[in-house]
Design a protein around this ligand. Structure first.
Ligand SMILES: Cc1cc2nc3c(=O)[nH]c(=O)nc-3n(C[C@H](O)[C@H](O)[C@H](O)COP(=O)(O)OP(=O)(O)OC[C@H]3O[C@@H](n4cnc5c(N)ncnc54)[C@H](O)[C@@H]3O)c2cc1C
Ligand code: SF4
Length: 325
């Protein structure tokens, strides 16, 4: 690990103004469960680390609109166990509990979870070409071992996926990410626009500007319907999604109503397709309907070889989730 300086500001304003942040070398640290691993491998080499764990951003509070504001420093375990989240946002609680392990969830934070980096093994291996780690060097996964990689929204520069389970649930809930910039400006970014597709700049992963800090994530008022999070992975714990589905499904008189679907493990961001949800609205709850929705989700899907199985897997999972609902 390279040497770095460390600072622990006492306020959000102090954190974004912290020295070094304006320069490339500044990084916030929250739970540290991803950043520290990357620093040890010298994939991330910050010269200045700003500890944001004492900023008082660890509350879950109701909003005037009937939703919830979740502080950026709320731990994943606390969020999953919160009584309001369990009652009204079951899909979020289930997604969180499917992620990582108990120990990691006790450290991992809401902001850090959204900003965790991909688990592409070539990204973690400094000896391999990787456009995300070092722009312009190439993508080792394209011709390499790509079983975990994207089948939707990828580019010829990068086929990595975003690994967060929580982000998939937040996408289906239409969450907004609240931020604070060094200038003092505040923004609320819809989850749909928060993570980016790789395109020609896979190293730019989100809509955040350098030095901008996540302060909270807000959830709109609860959405009725059955909340489901289903995740297929290589083992029951401590493993990232091969494919996951976050769904809120209403059924009335044998017909789907107000269905929302988001998918993880298939793209560089949580994947949601309006057209798939539209096909389900008011349609009879049959296997043919589920297949039509899967067709819409998989439009433009392309495997890279080892990950081709993700396309039929997604289809089968969607059918299973709709059947369960
Ligand atoms: C073995 C293992 C298995 C795992 N399995 C899963 C899994 O199945 N599903 C899953 O979803 N996750 C999984 N994870 C990932 C884990 O959930 C993340 O490491 C964790 O959520 C990151 O949160 P953190 O607070 O520790 O972030 P940190 O490591 O502190 O930070 C991560 C990044 O976010 C930035 N950052 C943090 N907070 C803020 C903020 N408020 N504003 C701006 N920038 C910020 C940091 O600068 C850094 O770049 C796994 C991790 C490990 C090690
Ligand atoms: S898929 Fe993306 S992260 Fe993985 S090697 Fe290619 S460029 Fe790097």
């Amino acid at each position: 690990m390279r040497a770095f300086s460390y600072e622990r500001p006492a306020s959000p304003e102090g954190a974004v103004a912290a020295s070094g942040l304006a320069k490339e070398g500044g990084r916030f640290i929250a739970g540290g469960t991803n950043l520290l691993d990357l620093m040890k491998l010298e994939v991330e080499v910050p010269t200045h680390v700003i500890d944001i764990t004492r900023l008082g951003l660890d509350k879950i509070e109701p909003t005037a609109e009937g939703g919830l504001r979740i502080g950026a420093l709320v731990r994943n375990s606390d969020l999953a166990a919160d009584p309001n989240v369990r009652r009204d946002y079951g899909v979020l609680s289930r997604a969180l509990l499917s992620g990582a392990s108990g120990q990691l969830r006790n450290k991992a934070t809401t902001g850090g979870n959204l900003l965790q980096r991909t688990r592409c093994s070539y990204f973690y291996d400094a000896a391999k070409a990787c456009n995300k780690r070092l722009p312009g060097t190439g993508c080792s996964a394209l011709q390499g071992y790509n079983r975990m990689h994207a089948v939707l929204g990828a580019s010829d520069q990068c086929i990595a996926v975003h690994p967060s389970d929580m982000a998939v649930a937040m996408r289906v809930l239409d969450a907004r990410v609240e931020t604070l910039a060094a200038s003092g400006a505040r923004r609320a970014i819809p989850m749909a626009d928060f993570h980016r597709l790789p395109g020609t700049t896979p190293h730019i992963e989100t809509a955040l500007q350098p030095g901008e800090m996540i302060t909270a994530v807000t959830l709109p008022a609860p959405v009725p319907g059955r909340h489901v999070y289903r995740k297929v992975r290589d083992r029951a714990s401590y493993a990232f999604a091969l494919v996951s589905v976050a769904a809120i499904v209403g059924v009335s008189n044998g017909r789907f109503a107000n269905v929302r679907l988001a998918f993880g493990g298939v793209a560089h961001k949580p994947w949601r397709v309006d057209g798939a949800e539209a096909r389900l609205q008011g349609a009879a709850a049959t296997a043919a309907t589920a297949n039509a929705a899967a067709d819409a989700v998989l439009q433009g899907a392309r495997g890279a070889g080892h990950n081709d199985f993700k396309m039929p897997l997604l289809r089968n999972m969607l059918r299973a989730v709709l059947t369960e609902a």
